[in-house]
Design a protein around this ligand. Sequence first.
Ligand code: TRP
Ligand code: ZN
Length: 864
Amino acid sequence: MSATSKPQAQYLKDYQAPHFSIQHIDLRFELAPLKTVVHSTMTINRVDETGADLVLDGVDLTLISLHVDEQEYSDYTLEDEALIIHNLPANFILKIVNHIDPQTNTSLEGLYLSGGAYCTQCEAEGFRKITYYLDRPDVLASFDVTIIAEQKYTHLLSNGNQIDAGTLDDGRHFVKWQDPFKKPSYLFALVAGDFDVLRDQYTTKSGRNVELALFVDKGNLPKTPHAMTSLKKSMQWDEERFNLEYDLDIYMIVAVDFFNMGAMENKGLNIFNSKCVLANQETATDKDYHTIESIVGHEYFHNWTGNRVTCRDWFQLSLKEGLTVFRDQEFSSDLGSRALNRIDAVKVMRTHQFSEDAGPMAHPIRPEKVIEMNNFYTVTVYDKGAEVIRMMHTILGEEKFQQGMALYFQRHDGQAVTCDDFVAAMSDASEIDLQQFKRWYNQAGTPRLKVDQYFDHVNQTFTLTIEQFAPDNQPNNALLHIPFAIELLDPAGQSVPLTINNQMQDSVLNITEKQHTFVFENVIEPPVAVLLEDFSAPCIVNQTSSTADLLHIMRFARSDFSRWDAQQRLFTNEIKAAISSGNACLSPDIISALNVLITERAGDLALIAELLKLPSYDTIAAEYAVIPVDDIVSVMNAFELHIATDLSDSLIACYKALHDDGTTSAEAVAVRALKQVCLHYLAKTEQQDVNNFIDEAVASSNMTNVLAALSAVVKANHPRCDNLLNEFDAKWRHDVLVMDKWFALQAMKESATCIEDIKQLYDHPSFDFGNPNRVRALVGSFSHFNTTQFHRADGKGYQLLGDLLIKLNDINPQNASRMLTPFMAWKRYDHDRSQAIKAQLQRLASLENLSDDLFEKVEKALVG
Ligand code: TRP
Ligand code: ZN
């Protein structure tokens, strides 16, 4: 990290509108692996009187020629990442020809090859790896794209509608596309390859016919129906809930194996990571099905929230991502179980997002300083961003929220706008003041709430005092507007009506001051308060609820989410108590409550499955300033064994009583989820029946069941583990996506040889350092889920990850940077461990060619 080459940061406060606008761009690609020729013809005009130079972005490009208004033009300066053109007139046509090299592009950004197919990824700043351009989201142009390629690339795709196609004299063919909607460069896409296609159609509610096409590698058609069904459900849901219709005549999705993220919302031509598209019952789990549905929805919903209305600059990323995650969460909740979807979202918040917000990468949902934009596609921008939208929805209510959305589109369709514009539309439409609320956009960290409760027998009142505190790491944060939802339960488990000053009171309390006192009247008996119902705000509540109160909430709260939340609190309290006392014994009340859940099986079985699970390691770790790794692991293992042993008869009876009909219905999914939890516990026992359960599960043609058995034996360190894994390898070696599940299982083995095994697996024929799915399956699973081996006292776990990051720094910096995340919390480990992680970070810092992506995070981790 020499001072001269230090990467430069960009600041939100420095935003300047562009000096030029590009009305139209005509692109022509002649595709060839090592030398693709790009012809770009742009219609440009000045938008101010500054007489500024035109500064085009360009990275890894070879400039061949430059013409202004048909004249060769030489008044320019070519820099490493910019082309600066001087003395331009007010209006002109700029023609540029450049070469690019897709085959050696392993960054998976710009134009690259995935398998044998060409594809692109332009968000956030990948278009500059294709041609010289104003590569920023507030430059909106119409695009015409002509793709020329050899005939073996049977499908040549880009955004919008196909307007021409034919064969050239030299035998190559071409297709021309036109996108009628103006768009920023990050939404450009091009794909060329030989695919199988699933075609379908959808009629919008106003009666327009939309052609749907899903392109996959040859042979994968049997894995496409679920994604197509998900797409049609998304289109219908957006019409019903948000009154938003699709706007082009064709909607295309392409699945590729090499992809850095889940999927990309390019206008009319989404590109997906194949693992977020392909599924059938034999190869994908119920969870995969759910993920696919939600990501297909997410990308579709971007067509309005992201594409029709886009971001002014990348600091506004949450404008489209927070809002679109909120929309996809609502989609999943309307179609499936609202409580389970809420549980999933809150797990992400409390584990990953809270830890990001407490660590060196803490940033507001609208960051103010960025070195590498790819580093800000974070759980904060996405998931906390969605929580901020959800809080507005809670404060406004559905009707006013929808009026706000309508006003937002009425004002801003076709524009590149800011988060302020969004909040203004919400506030203007609802006539609700959101000035204080807007602080959520520029304050990082997780706010804390302290709640005190007091019951007055004489006056029959219940007093809640709620005080807000700035996050420990952001002591100067201003007071926030926090919607705090509650329920009061009487001793019989009934909801107590909320009355203050003789007025019926909504369950959402608006916290805007440092401290509020709410006195609820007509409360006859001491109630149990359900606090932050449904996680109504992304905060940490400090409360001292007794085991009895939590058990009461777990039984009676009207919100299934809050029942689960109480159960998690119960477990967390017990685990923490066991760690401090050194005596790992679960309270008999909890054991018997679990037994009731297993034997009665009242209500949604999928919820019961969640109620039976201990919190994750990360959830417990989040409770500590310095994480007691070994204690957490040993107490959690002891508790699981305790549950498994004490309740084995009930678990076996439950397992046997559940009938899986093998369908994808919600009921069948719930049955499999509950059976999986039972098997997880049972595999830790010596029960005779367990072997039969395992045999039955691995022999089934349903991946949910197969994986349930394999993950149970891996986590239980069961004697059959290695044999079963070897059989799985032999059976599935032809299917890379299924092999990812196998790599993940290998990485989670707690055995002392795990690290050596992983190094061996780098040579497995299915492994590939250039493929982010493989790398995450193997090393990502290891660093996130194999706590004992990753955090080995001898530092070998950290060394494994350090070695990998050095390798990925050259191949794919974006993936390297995501894989680095477990190191960011280094200060929260004991002395030896934190020093060992720090040494790995320093190793990276000393690399000569350290990428901007890694530089930004390493520097924040080490320097702050
Ligand atoms: N906009 C995409 C989404 O959330 C995210 C994405 C896909 C992305 N590929 C990327 C972001 C590459 C950065 C880099 O739907
Ligand atoms: Zn998105």
